[in-house]
Design a protein around this ligand. Structure first.
Ligand SMILES: Cc1cc2nc3c(=O)[nH]c(=O)nc-3n(C[C@H](O)[C@H](O)[C@H](O)COP(=O)(O)OP(=O)(O)OC[C@H]3O[C@@H](n4cnc5c(N)ncnc54)[C@H](O)[C@@H]3O)c2cc1C
Length: 627
């Protein structure tokens, strides 16, 4: 490792989830990277929930993996629990979630960073960007040291001008125990790049030894494990349960009596908080009729007693927090290790960047992660990977990678960020995609691994494995179309166990379309299927493709139709208040803006793709309400 005159190819500012993906991608592709971060002991820190995945987010992790990123691998190597959520529901919403060992996660990622010869890790605070002729040429740290590079990727998380609030007390910090990054926002503003404020919050951490788990409901993980990464040989680790408790009347009373001590309710925080991850005081005020809320008690790691209180994020004062926590069953004697807090920070509205995540104003300046207005590790990592790949492409004069909405949640996320003026921290949800049956966690490799291989982040061995898997899926799907299931007594005896019956013989693929029939049932019914010995990944995907064939084909047609949205005219006299199944937020925005075409409606911030699908169907059938 060596460098002269502080000259690098690419500077990455921030070694969080976005910055690590960006740095590793650039380094794997062969560029020399300076990775600056405020504290090298906090690499890829999970400052909130030590968990990865969940609805839509799990698909993002698989997409990162399919493109050649590392989040899936790190999660698979450091889990405390793995669980498929919504396992009884359709494949579009099925989602893998991991409880992570926070310290191990950080250590594993640090090892990946430090073992890469092309990455120069440095603890420093970048305070200024250097620009010449509207092109980035470098960055300067707090000590005035200048680093030169042809591209800079900003992944600053919640640090920019960060301010922590615990009750009515506040101080400058990006997250608990880490200073704020002061100066960089100013430098951005001077370059004509606008910054705005957002807010997020996290619950208290409690000492495990002071928790009475016998008063809670145990929440075990899955026994048969699924993993995030498509790579083979994932480590099998011992798993640990989470627990469930709930808020009580006393909790609600304490919170209501102390709302005047909330910095949010006192107007001290101006940034908008995450809509889908509200604080407990927000939940109690907004859903006043709900007598109780679920609270999950989750381990933070094997080497610590710190325990996470999920669903209990608050910015009320520290003494009130003690009373609130001790009002929860099982936490009557809880000792708080770290208080809950809210943090307000600067972000850069992503309408100022291109789909490649490059600034529209300054060439070579890229943004990824929470700085773009998102919330969540997975959202950050996905953007960091794309920003990193494109910083490499920019430096090398190659074509930018811009993923379409129909290719991925990653493409959907970026398209939403750069086309809609996001007002609150953006979290990925399945409802944000109009193609969610095509964008499943099980087929992320089919959608993106050829791209990852073309870029150079997926090596030949992994690509060969991927091609072999696709071959097996295709072969098995075609084979099931030839296997006949006879309607005899033995068959119906097995089918009766699954509340099914057949009166006539049928192909295995036809039978598999029935809701109660899985590939495993076909194995019981048919010896040739029993003898196939296919991996779980292969037969599960065959099952989804066969079962949802009709829906998948319909969504593929929708992809074709998407280009036609511009031609879809909306009559002027629509009564949006009468339309069912769309949110009141969407109704208000449509009524106010009165879009002329469906494409225009789709671009309005806050209008979800699922709303557009509903409008399209209604316009198509001419069943839309008019004034
Ligand atoms: C209090 C809190 C609550 C949260 N709550 C939730 C939640 O409820 N749900 C959820 O999904 N997500 C939550 N998150 C968000 C989640 O942590 C982030 O979305 C995610 O970590 C963002 O990843 P990132 O890579 O963009 O930034 P981060 O992981 O924050 O990493 C940013 C990195 O940049 C470095 N840095 C910043 N500025 C500079 C600079 N000028 N020079 C050098 N280095 C710099 C920092 O040291 C840090 O390492 C919360 C975060 C916090 C802090």
């Amino acid at each position: 490792m060596s460098y002269l005159n502080n000259q690098f190819d690419i500077i990455i500012v921030g070694a969080g989830h976005a910055g690590c993906e960006a740095a590793l991608a650039c380094a794997k592709l062969g560029t020399k990277v300076l990775l600056c971060t405020l504290n090298v002991d906090n690499i890829a820190l999970q400052p909130c929930n030590p968990a990865v995945g969940g609805p839509a987010k799990s698909t993002l992790v698989r997409e990162i993996d399919a493109l050649g990123g590392v989040m899936g691998e790190v999660t698979d190597a450091t889990y405390l629990q793995l669980k498929i959520l919504n396992s009884s529901k359709g494949p579009a919403v099925r989602a893998l979630r991991a409880q992570s060992d926070k310290a191990e996660y950080t250590r594993y990622m640090r090892n990946l960073i430090e073992s890469n010869e092309n990455i120069y890790l440095k603890q420093c605070c970048i305070t200024e960007l250097k620009v010449e002729n509207d092109k980035i040429v470098g960055a300067v740290d707090e000590f005035g040291i200048e680093y030169k590079a042809n591209a800079v990727v900003l992944t600053t998380g919640t640090s920019l001008e960060g301010r922590i609030f615990v009750g009515l007390r506040s101080y400058s910090a990006g997250r608990l125990g880490e200073k704020a990054a002061i100066g960089l926002s100013d430098s951005l503003n001077k370059l004509g790049i606008q910054t705005k404020k957002l807010k997020t919050g996290t619950p208290a951490r409690v000492d495990k030894r002071t928790i009475d788990y016998s008063k809670m409901t145990i929440q075990p993980g899955d026994e048969e494990l699924s993993f995030f990464s498509f790579k083979p040989d994932r480590p099998i680790r011992k798993t640990y349960p989470c627990y469930l408790t709930r808020t009580t009347e006393e909790t609600h009373a304490i919170i209501k009596a102390n709302l005047d001590k909330s910095p949010m309710y006192q107007g001290l925080i101006h940034g908008v908080g995450p809509r889908y991850c509200p604080s407990i005081e927000d939940k109690i005020v907004r859903f006043a009729s709900n007598p109780s809320h679920h609270i999950f008690i989750e381990p933070e790691g094997l080497g610590t007693y710190e325990t996470y209180i999920q669903g209990f994020s608050t910015s009320l004062p520290a003494d009130v927090q003690v009373k609130m926590i001790r009002s929860l069953p099982g936490l009557e004697k809880a000792h708080i290790v770290k208080p809950a807090y809210a943090v307000e920070y600067d972000y850069v509205p992503a309408v100022q960047t291109t789909h490649a995540l490059m600034s529209k104003k300054i060439k070579g300046l890229f943004f990824g992660g929470q700085i773009n207005g998102t919330s969540g590790y997975e959202e950050a990592a996905a953007q960091g990977l794309i920003a990193g790949i494109n910083a490499f492409n920019y430096v090398n004069g190659s074509e930018m990678l811009e993923l379409s909405r129909s290719s991925s949640y990653t493409g959907t996320l970026i398209d939403d960020l750069v086309t809609k003026d996001i007002q609150d921290p953006y979290r990925m949800l399945t409802s944000r995609s109009e193609y969610r049956l095509l964008l499943r966690q099980d087929n992320a490799d089919e959608r993106l691994t050829p791209i990852g291989h073309k870029i150079g982040l997926i090596d030949d061995m992994q690509y060969e494995r991927f091609n072999e898997k696709q071959r097996l899926i295709k072969e098995e799907k075609e084979r099931l179309e030839t296997v006949k299931i006879t309607a005899d007594e033995a068959t119906n005896e097995i089918l009766a166990k699954y509340n099914e019956h057949i009166d006539r013989g049928m192909r295995a693929s036809e039978l598999l379309k029935r809701p109660n029939i899985t590939y495993k049932v076909l194995k019981e019914l048919d010896d040739s299927t029993q003898n196939r010995n296919l991996s779980k990944e292969v037969f599960e995907q065959v099952e989804v493709i066969v079962k949802y064939d009709g829906y998948i084909k319909r969504q593929e047609e929708q992809v074709q139709q998407a280009g036609k949205l511009e031609k879809f005219k909306i009559p002027e006299n629509i009564d949006y208040s009468q339309i069912e199944h769309i949110s009141s937020e969407t109704k208000e925005k449509l009524a106010k803006i009165q879009p002329k075409t469906l494409a225009q409606a789709a671009r309005i911030g806050g209008v979800k793709p699922a709303d557009i699908s509903i409008l399209m169907v209604m316009l198509d059938k001419n069943t839309i309400a008019r004034k």
